[in-house]
Write a protein that binds this ligand. Structure first.
Ligand SMILES: Cc1ncc(COP(=O)(O)O)c(C=O)c1O
Length: 423
């Protein structure tokens, strides 16, 4: 029987009579382990089949080097080619003038923006002058956001996600009680790894919080803005909502084509208000003379326009969608835990019984299935309940995924039954 627990609507809970003994679970696990399987599903990467969709990008520009009045092979064009800024603005839902089309990684742009805050600050002087700078981290979240904060010694405060965005009441109370809080990380659409999309109440709640704290920044990492593979809830446009409240300076948005074209050779975007851009460009231009405009020109030629990009994403959905269906099918075959059912993005979150995530990931590793380390989706690598596991099913073939899920289920069953017997 499948039950949806109210208030946790992204988690699909299955309750069935358990009918395996520990010994049977152990035997099943050992049998699978002996097969010598090897697969690395630690990261949400596009599969080769997805990368092949953008094969035309490898074609040269056939001499079309003159764009926006500059030779794209040369220095300059700091903000990126106009056509690419336009695409970035349509992905993010903001004005083109707000967008910088940069190098291949939005994560680099995030790091560069954080770095700018240490030198310029966001209203209360440079961060380097403050004893403590804190950022709110909705959990489970994107491990790289947390690594970045760690590297910059930014203190991380977890806030729970609700299935429709961060817990706003909790977020408000933390901000009220801690003056070191400077902002929040958000992956608002098909969030990594829960798959949830923020609703209007959450977005308005975040803006209300931003209005209560001078310089508060919402890092709007819209990495999965156009990555639906099934009918999805729309994401409210934060830029329009912010404009109504005169809070445009609170939003710093990011996106990239990493999971649209080539993950290692795409185009990253950062978008912000005119005020913020004027400040940031000073820092950015000290590090960058101009982005890879040849690659940007190739992207513009490849997509032609946003409609072309959306059509291209439909082809990704045809490849990615069945993989997520497979994961759901396999998870439904086992009796333990709960999991998300995303309609886009790159991840499924599996919630094991408390105290078992590390054990399950270890068992999977020993059987040749490498998963994202347990705890990685929490600040400082600490999942307080040791229960969250991120599944990233895109990079492998469907056949490999079937094997991987078989092993995963066996690990979940073994770890859960062992715990029950011992408690
Ligand atoms: C939420 C999120 N943001 C950013 C990135 C990385 O983006 P980029 O390749 O543009 O650096 C990822 C990659 O997995 C991601 O999941």
């Amino acid at each position: 029987m499948i039950l949806f627990i109210e208030g946790k609507n992204t988690y699909q809970i299955q309750k069935m009579n358990q009918n395996l003994s520990v010994q049977e679970a152990e035997e099943h696990y050992q049998e699978l382990k002996s097969k010598g399987f090897h697969l690395d599903l630690t990261r949400g990467k596009p599969s080769s089949e997805q990368l092949d969709l953008s094969a035309e990008l490898e074609n040269d520009l056939a001499g079309e080097f003159d764009q926006d009045g500059i030779d794209v092979r040369n220095y300059g064009g700091l903000l990126g080619l106009e056509g690419m800024r336009q695409l970035g603005s349509e992905i993010l839902g903001c004005k083109k003038e707000m967008v910088i089309a940069g190098g291949n990684s939005s994560l680099t742009l995030m790091a560069q923006y954080v770095s700018s805050l240490f030198f310029q600050g966001n209203g209360e002087g440079p961060w380097s002058m403050h004893e403590r700078n804190s950022f709110l981290c909705p959990v489970p979240g994107f491990d790289r956001h947390f690594t970045l904060c760690d590297e910059f010694s930014v203190n991380m405060i977890p806030v729970p996600l609700t299935g429709k965005g961060p817990d706003i009441e909790k977020t408000k109370s933390i901000v009220q009680s801690d003056s070191s809080v400077k902002g929040i990380w958000c992956v608002p659409k098909h969030s990594n790894p829960t798959g949830e999309t923020y609703n209007e109440e959450s977005v308005n709640g975040l803006l209300e919080i931003a209005s209560s704290r001078e310089g508060f920044k919402i890092f709007w990492d819209n990495a999965y803005a156009v990555h639906d593979f099934a009918k999805s809830e729309p994401l409210p446009n934060i830029f329009s909502l912010a404009e109504e409240k005169n809070l445009q300076d609170s939003i710093i948005a990011f996106a990239s084509t990493s999971k649209i074209t080539f993950a290692g050779s795409g185009v990253g975007f950062i978008a912000m208000s005119k005020n913020n851009l004027e400040k940031f460009i000073k820092h950015y231009s000290s590090m960058v003379i101009g982005p890879d405009k040849v690659n940007q020109a190739r992207h513009i030629k490849f997509f032609k326009d946003f409609k072309g990009l959306k059509n291209h994403m439909n082809k990704h959905a045809e490849i990615v969608g069945p993989k997520f269906e497979l994961v759901q099918e396999w998870l439904s075959k086992q009796n333990y835990g709960s999991w998300t059912k995303p309609t886009g993005g790159y991840f499924v979150t599996f919630k094991a019984e408390p105290g078992l995530a590390r054990e399950i990931v270890n068992l999977a590793n020993k059987a040749g299935l490498k998963l994202t380390p347990a705890g990685a989706t929490f600040p400082y690598g600490v999942d307080p309940n040791d229960e969250i596991i991120r599944l990233a099913p895109t990079a492998c073939t469907n056949q490999e995924l079937e094997e991987a899920m078989k092993i995963f289920n066996a690990c979940v069953a073994l770890a859960t039954l062992k715990k029950r017997v011992n408690s």
